[in-house]
Write a protein that binds this ligand. Structure first.
Ligand SMILES: [Zn+2]
Length: 405
């Protein structure tokens, strides 16, 4: 049997203990001590983190009255043996965090029931949030505010959090918030007449130590509503992070907190309007350019071959121009778009009533620019490596198409 120190001395973070047994296992060894501060995983609460004899503890589990500390490595490689005394240290911040989470969750679940008649279906203690699933699909913002206010009031009133072990019969005299899952000896957590629940987790000594609980969001899950909560120092850190984000946004939008949503909404609406306007102008520009290129192109036997070199143009605009040209029929097009850094892309298109034998084209013309790429009618595209030969490439394309090869 391992004596759990975490219940009697929940503030203790360092301890000395005798090694009773070392069990070899698949993922390292399980070390059993005569006593421990390490809280084992259970009841939705993760285990403590820390070290034994300086070695990181990977996991802590409870098994038949023993508490197993999982440590990496083979039994023979460990720097201690059965019968030795070792020093264990748990991470005090991690422990305090989960004590705050547990007490805060009791308060929120109690407030949910008392204030808005919502029962807690399940709880998950995550690294970022505590989630509480409640037995109703729709929860209003007004209800959440009532719950938040009530839980924070009980925190500020700084009630003692009392732990009492009782047997099943005794438990009936307490007005427990929920039916205990198991019978026998029960560990009750009593919060100043506000809440009573059976729980095996670790809690703060007073509600005031929780500091703050804050609801941050919700989502519908299988007929329940899942509520997300930031509790304790996490709520404070969340407040700090959100203040930083809001201050940055206030600078960007030259606004104050109360005007921020309105300003951001207006800025987005304006952006939408401008994008629409840009699209309209771009369409008009590509239509005009297509018309001018068509007019300037050489016609042979009713077929037009259009070539053009763009400089750092938007690919969408090039596609629009190309589409406008090939929609006229009896037209083939070759565009090159040279970027500032000298890299370039090429585009080839042909109208429905024309044909480009791309395989011939690939072997005869693409090597001129060190080009790669492909496609299928009506569009082919790719990249090139030699910007110095783009002129030759476009002229060769022209004569290649006019020859009808
Ligand atoms: Zn608890």
């Amino acid at each position: 049997m391992t004596e759990p120190l975490y219940y009697s001395h929940s503030g203790q973070t360092e301890f000395h203990a005798a090694v009773l047994e070392i069990r070899p296992g698949k993922n390292g060894c399980s070390v059993i001590l005569d006593k421990t501060c390490f809280y084992p995983e259970g009841g939705g609460q993760p285990s403590d983190i820390g070290t034994i004899h300086g070695l990181p503890v990977q996991d802590v589990k409870k098994e038949n009255g023993h508490i197993l500390h999982v440590i990496k490595g083979d039994k023979g490689d460990l720097p201690f043996a059965e019968g030795d005394t070792v020093t264990g240290v748990i991470d005090p911040d991690h422990r305090r965090d989960y004590m705050e989470q547990h007490t805060g969750q009791h308060l929120v679940s109690a407030a949910l029931l008392k204030e808005v008649s919502l029962g807690t279906v399940s709880v998950h203690h995550g690294k970022e949030y505590v989630t509480i699933d409640v037995d109703r699909e729709v929860v209003s913002r007004e209800e959440i505010i009532r719950v938040e206010d009530a839980a924070n009031r009980v925190i500020r009133e700084n009630h003692p959090v009392e732990i009492r072990w009782v047997d099943e019969a005794e438990a009936g005299s307490f007005n427990l918030r929920r039916q205990p899952k198991k019978g026998g000896r029960l560990r009750l957590v009593l919060i100043g007449g506000y809440d009573a629940a059976a729980c095996g987790g670790l809690h703060t000594g007073f509600t005031g130590e929780v500091g703050l609980v804050k609801w941050t969001g919700m989502e519908k899950i299988r007929g329940c509503q899942r509520l997300y909560w930031k509790i304790g120092r996490r709520a404070y850190l969340d407040y700090r992070e959100k203040t930083d984000v809001i201050n940055t946004l206030n600078i960007l939008f030259s606004s104050k907190l109360k005007e921020l949503s309105d300003r951001a909404g207006k800025a987005l609406a304006e952006q939408k309007r401008l994008l629409k306007e840009i699209t309209r102008i771009q369409n008009e520009r590509s239509r005009m350019l297509a018309e001018s290129l068509f007019g300037r192109s050489r016609e042979e036997m009713g077929k037009r071959v259009v070539t053009y070199q763009f400089e750092g143009e938007d690919a969408g605009f090039i596609r629009k121009t190309l589409d406008a040209l090939i929609s006229r029929g009896r037209t083939v097009v070759c565009f090159v778009n040279v970027m500032m850094d000298g890299s370039f892309t090429w585009f080839i298109g042909c109208s429905e009533d024309e044909e480009i034998r791309f395989n011939d084209f690939r072997s005869e013309i693409l090597p001129l620019i060190g080009g790669k790429g492909g496609g299928k009618p009506p569009l082919w595209q790719g990249v090139g490596r030699n910007p110095g030969t783009i002129g030759i490439f476009l002229n060769t394309f022209s004569s290649f198409c006019h020859k009808g090869r």
